[in-house]
Design a protein around this ligand. Structure first.
Ligand SMILES: Cc1cc2nc3c(=O)[nH]c(=O)nc-3n(C[C@H](O)[C@H](O)[C@H](O)COP(=O)(O)O)c2cc1C
Length: 164
């Protein structure tokens, strides 16, 4: 089945400090996961205080209708669709929607895809935006999800504590 992969960027309109913005993002993510799961849409978004980049993939009509709904959301503005790609394969098959903040110490990663230290999606190709999204999400999950070996160690510690 031919799928559509769409990547856009927009200006982040979420207010408040980092913590407040993260909480609002968590709310957006929860609604997105519930809706996308129903519509068979997968994807990811990355964000900093200024910008949002999101990749949506699924059946073309489902991606387009989600995109139009998202475009009108006042929590961001000035959506620019950077690219739409017909494809047979998903880039984010395991995420109904992933979301990752671009942390200040990810400058190297940003530079690798954009030749700048901070994100400015305006000069970037759709291809680079998708590659950067993938890289940031994977850096972020490495950081926040314990690796299996670490998890096993933590479990062993918990068991030792329970035994003591
Ligand atoms: C940056 C951003 C990304 C969003 N991504 C999605 C998404 O992937 N899927 C989705 O259903 N809604 C997404 N939303 C939320 C929609 O704009 C809208 O609020 C939501 O779909 C309404 O869902 P509800 O009727 O279930 O509350 C996003 C909103 C923003 C601001």
């Amino acid at each position: 089945m031919t799928l559509l992969r769409l990547v856009y960027f927009s200006e982040n309109r979420l207010g408040g400090d980092d913590v407040a913005r993260q909480q609002q993002m968590d709310g957006i993510l929860a609604a997105s996961i519930a809706n996308n799961r129903r519509a068979g849409i997968t994807g990811a978004m990355i964000h900093d205080s200024r910008w949002i980049v999101q990749v949506l993939e699924g059946r073309p009509q489902d991606v387009m209708s989600a995109c139009l709904r998202i475009r009108d959301d006042p929590r961001h503005r000035d959506m620019v669709v950077a690219d739409t790609i017909d494809t047979e394969e998903r880039r984010f098959p395991y995420w109904w929607m992933a979301s990752a903040a671009i942390e200040p110490d990810m400058a190297d990663l940003v530079r690798r895809h954009s030749e700048r230290d901070t994100l400015d999606p305006r000069g970037m190709s759709g291809r680079d935006l998708i590659a950067l999204t993938e890289a940031v999400v994977s850096a972020y999950t490495d950081r926040t999800t314990p690796r299996p070996s670490l998890r096993a160690e933590a479990d062993a510690e918990a068991d030792a504590e329970a035994d003591a």
